[in-house]
Design a protein around this ligand. Structure first.
Ligand code: HEC
Ligand code: HEC
Ligand code: HEC
Ligand code: HEC
Ligand code: HEC
Ligand code: HEC
Ligand code: HEC
Ligand code: HEC
Length: 456
C-alpha cells in the first residue's frame, strides 16, 4: 500500500513538474525552447476504432417480428458471436438482385428481398479463407465425385426416395427452387457438398449449426459423427474405442472448447485430440484448415488404397509426404517422434496387407468370372458375387484400414480383417461353384424404381 502511495506521489510530482514547465515555457514565449520540447515529444498516432452498435431499422424489423414468429432462431442468434459483433439477419439473408433464390412468399412480411439459403459464398464476404479452403476439399466436391464413381446412383440401383433420405442427406445434392418455392426433394439440405443456387458448393452448417455457428460444437467429435458412422465409415465408433476417445469421455466436458482460433492449445485446453484436432485445427504451429483432404497420406476408403494424388476420379492436388508430415506434427504436440513414426509404419503395413492379401487377389477372381461369362458386368450390384466383393472393400476393408489409422484394434481386427477372412471364404466358395457349373450366377431385381405415389 505504502509502495503504491509513494509511486502515485512520485508520478504526480512528475506530472506537476511537466505541467509547470509547459506553462513556464509558454508564458515566457521562449519559442526555441518550445520547439525543442515539441521535437522531443512523441505523439503516438491513435487508432480510429469505431464500433457501430446501432442496428439498422430494417434489421431490427427482422428481429422484432421473428421473435414472435420463430423464437428459437432469434435466441440462437442472440447467443452467437455474430450477435455480439453486430452481424444481423440481414447480413446473411439479404438476396442480391441476381440471386435466383429470393423467397417470394416472404415479400408479404418484408420489402427486403431475402433468401433462406445462406451459402459458403455468402459467408465468404467475411470469412474468405475458411470458404476458400472449404471449396478445395473433398467435402465440397463430393457430388461431382460420387456422380463419377458411385455404383448405386449411376446405375439406378437405388430409387429417388432412398437417395434423398440417405446419400444426399450426408453428401448433399443440388438445391432447386422454382418461383421462390423449394423443391422438397432437395430441401432441407445441409449435406457437405450441396450445390447452392449461386453455384457455390457446400453448407457451412454441416458442422456449425445455425444460428449459433459455434466453434465449440464443430470441434467436438459428435459434429463429425453425424455422417462419419456406420458399417462403411465408422470413424466416430473408432474414436470412442481409442484411448483418445476414452480420455474425451472421461473429462472432455471440462475442456476449453471455446478458445479463439489459433490459440486452442494441446495440453492446456484439451488432453486428447478430437477429430477436429487431427484433421482441421491449428495445432503445434500447424495452420488450421477447412480442407479435410489435407493431412492425409492414403485414400483409405478406396477399393485399392492409393496415394491421394493418384486417386484417379479426384486426384488431390498435394504431395502425400508433406501431408503426412503435417499429421505427424499434430501427434508431436503430445507424443514423441518415435511413437508417431511407429504408428504410421503400422498403418502402412496394414494398407499393404489389405491391398495385397485381400482386395487385389479377390478382385482378380471375380474378373476371371466376368471374362468367362460367368458373371455379368451390365449392372454392378445385382449378383451375389458382386455384393460380396463390394462389402469386402466398402465395409470390412475400410474398417480395418480406418481402425489401424485411428487406433481402434477392435475395428482393425474383429470388424476388419477377421470379417474379411470370413467373406473371402464365401467368395471362394461362390467362385468355385460358378467355375464348376459353367453357368452364370443368378441376377437379382435390385428395386431401383420408386413406386408411383397415390393421389390424396
Ligand atoms: C412482419 C414479420 C416478419 C418480418 C418483418 C420478417 N420476417 Fe422473415 N418470416 C416471417 C414469417 C411469418 C416467416 C415464415 C414464412 C413461412 O413459413 O412461409 C418468415 C420466414 C423467413 C425465412 C425463411 C424463408 C423461407 O423461404 O423458408 C427467412 C430466412 C427469414 N424469414 C428472414 C427474415 C429476414 C432476414 C428479415 C428482415 C429483412 C425478416 N425475415 C423479416 C415473418 C417476418
Ligand atoms: C451468420 C449468418 C446468419 C445470420 C446472422 C442469420 N442467419 Fe438465418 N440462416 C443462416 C443459415 C446458414 C441458415 C440455414 C439455411 C441454409 O442451410 O442455407 C439459416 C436459416 C434461417 C431460416 C430458415 C430456417 C428454417 O428452419 O426454416 C430462418 C427463418 C432464418 N434463418 C431467420 C433468421 C433470422 C430471423 C435471423 C436474425 C435473428 C437470422 N436468420 C440470422 C444463416 C444466418
Ligand atoms: C457480415 C460479416 C459476417 C458474415 C456474413 C458471416 N460472419 Fe461469421 N463471423 C463474423 C464476425 C465479425 C465474427 C466474430 C469474430 C470474433 O468474435 O472473433 C464471426 C464469427 C464466426 C464463427 C466463430 C464463432 C465462435 O464461436 O467463435 C463462425 C464459426 C462463423 N462466424 C461462421 C460463419 C458462417 C458459417 C457464416 C455464413 C453462414 C458466417 N459466419 C457469416 C462475421 C460474419
Ligand atoms: C451417414 C452419411 C452417409 C450416407 C447416408 C451415405 N454416405 Fe457416402 N460417404 C459418407 C462418408 C462420411 C464418406 C467418407 C468415407 C471415408 O472417407 O471414410 C462417404 C464416402 C462415399 C463415397 C466414396 C468417395 C470417395 O472419396 O471415394 C461414395 C462414392 C459415396 N459415399 C456414395 C454414397 C451414396 C451413393 C450413398 C447412398 C447410396 C451414400 N454414399 C450414403 C457418408 C454417407
Ligand atoms: C467439416 C466441418 C466444418 C464445416 C463444413 C465448416 N466448418 Fe468452420 N470450423 C470447423 C472446425 C472444426 C473449426 C475449429 C477449427 C479450429 O479448432 O481451429 C471451425 C472454425 C471456423 C471458424 C473460426 C475461425 C477458424 O478458422 O478457426 C470460422 C470463421 C468458420 N469455421 C467458418 C466456416 C465457414 C464460413 C464454413 C463454410 C464455408 C465452415 N466454417 C464450414 C468445422 C467446419
Ligand atoms: C454432413 C455430413 C458430414 C459431416 C458433418 C462431416 N463429414 Fe467428413 N465427409 C462426409 C462425406 C460425405 C465425405 C466423403 C466425401 C467423398 O469422398 O466424396 C467426407 C469425407 C471426409 C474426409 C476424407 C477426405 C478425403 O479427402 O478423403 C475426412 C478426413 C473428413 N470427412 C473429416 C471430417 C471431420 C473432421 C468432420 C467434423 C469436423 C467431418 N468430416 C464432418 C460427410 C460429412
Ligand atoms: C489422433 C488423430 C486422429 C483422430 C482423433 C481422428 N483421426 Fe481420422 N485419421 C487420422 C489418421 C492418421 C488417418 C489416416 C491418414 C492418412 O491417410 O495417412 C485418418 C483417416 C481418416 C479418414 C479417412 C480418409 C480417407 O479418405 O482415406 C476419415 C474420413 C477420418 N479420418 C475422419 C475422422 C473423424 C470423423 C474423426 C472423429 C470421429 C477422426 N477422423 C478422428 C487421424 C485421426
Ligand atoms: C492432445 C494430445 C494428443 C494428441 C495431439 C495425440 N495424442 Fe495420442 N494419446 C494422447 C494421450 C494422453 C494418450 C494416452 C497415453 C496413455 O496410454 O497413457 C494417447 C494415446 C495414443 C496411443 C496409444 C493407444 C493405445 O490404445 O495404446 C497411440 C497409438 C496414439 N496416441 C497415437 C497418436 C497419433 C498417431 C497422433 C497423431 C495423429 C496422436 N496420438 C495425437 C494424447 C494425444
Amino acid at each position: 500500500m505504502s509502495q503504491l502511495n509513494s509511486k502515485f506521489i512520485a508520478s504526480s510530482v512528475v506530472a506537476i513538474a511537466i505541467v509547470t514547465l509547459f506553462f513556464a515555457l509558454t508564458a515566457t514565449g521562449d519559442d526555441d525552447k518550445e520547439s525543442a520540447l515539441v521535437a522531443n515529444t512523441i505523439v503516438p498516432q491513435l487508432k480510429e476504432f469505431k464500433i457501430d452498435r446501432k442496428i439498422t431499422k430494417e434489421a431490427q424489423d427482422c428481429i422484432t417480428c421473428h421473435t414472435k414468429e420463430s423464437k428459437g432462431i432469434v435466441a440462437d442468434w442472440a447467443s452467437s458471436r455474430h450477435a455480439h459483433s453486430n452481424i444481423t439477419c440481414v447480413d446473411c439473408h439479404i438476396a442480391g438482385p441476381v440471386d435466383k433464390d429470393v423467397s417470394t412468399r416472404h415479400m408479404e412480411y418484408s420489402k427486403i428481398a431475402i433468401s433462406a439459403v445462406v451459402s459458403p459464398k455468402d459467408c465468404s464476404r467475411c470469412h474468405p479463407s475458411e470458404s476458400a479452403e472449404y471449396a478445395k476439399s473433398k467435402h465440397a466436391n463430393t457430388i461431382e465425385l460420387i456422380n463419377k464413381i458411385d455404383p448405386w446412383i449411376n446405375h439406378g440401383l437405388n430409387n429417388d426416395v432412398e437417395k434423398e433420405t440417405g446419400c444426399y442427406h450426408c453428401h448433399g445434392s443440388e438445391v432447386k427452387i422454382t418461383d421462390g418455392k423449394f423443391d422438397s426433394t432437395t430441401w432441407p439440405n445441409v449435406g457437405v457438398g450441396r450445390i447452392n443456387p449461386d453455384g457455390s458448393k457446400g453448407s457451412c452448417s454441416s458442422c456449425h449449426t445455425r444460428h449459433k455457428f459455434s466453434l465449440a460444437e464443430a470441434r467436438k467429435p459428435e459434429a463429425c459423427g453425424q455422417c462419419h458412422l456406420g458399417p462403411d465409415h465408422p470413424q466416430i465408433e473408432i474414436f470412442h474405442e481409442s484411448k483418445h476417445g476414452a480420455i474425451y469421455a472421461a473429462e472432455g466436458q471440462t475442456w476449453n472448447w471455446d478458445a479463439a482460433p489459433g490459440s486452442w492449445t494441446a495440453g492446456v485446453d484439451y488432453r486428447a485430440p478430437s477429430c477436429s484436432v487431427c484433421h482441421m485445427s491449428g495445432v503445434n504451429g500447424l495452420k488450421a484448415s477447412h480442407d479435410v483432404t489435407e493431412r492425409l497420406s492414403w485414400e483409405t476408403q478406396a477399393p485399392v488404397t492409393v496415394r491421394p494424388a493418384d486417386f484417379k476420379p479426384w486426384p488431390a492436388q498435394n504431395d502425400w509426404k508433406e501431408e503426412r508430415a503435417k499429421m505427424v506434427k499434430v501427434c508431436l504436440a503430445c507424443h514423441s517422434q518415435a511413437w508417431a513414426d511407429s504408428h504410421f509404419e503400422r498403418l502402412d503395413r496394414t494398407v499393404h496387407n489389405y491391398n495385397e492379401v485381400y482386395f487385389m487377389p479377390t478382385q482378380a477372381k471375380v474378373d476371371e468370372l466376368y471374362e468367362k461369362g460367368l458373371a455379368d458386368k451390365t449392372l454392378p450390384m445385382d449378383e451375389k458375387i458382386e455384393i460380396e466383393l463390394y462389402e469386402l472393400w466398402h465395409h470390412e476393408g475400410r474398417r480395418a484400414r480406418f481402425g489401424a489409422a485411428m487406433m481402434a484394434p477392435d475395428y482393425a481386427w474383429w470388424h476388419g480383417f477377421y470379417e474379411m477372412k470370413k467373406r473371402c471364404m464365401v467368395i471362394d466358395e461362390e467362385v468355385e461353384k460358378l467355375l464348376e457349373s459353367g453357368k452364370p450366377g443368378k441376377i437379382f431385381n435390385v428395386r431401383g424404381t420408386s413406386a408411383p405415389l397415390k393421389k390424396k
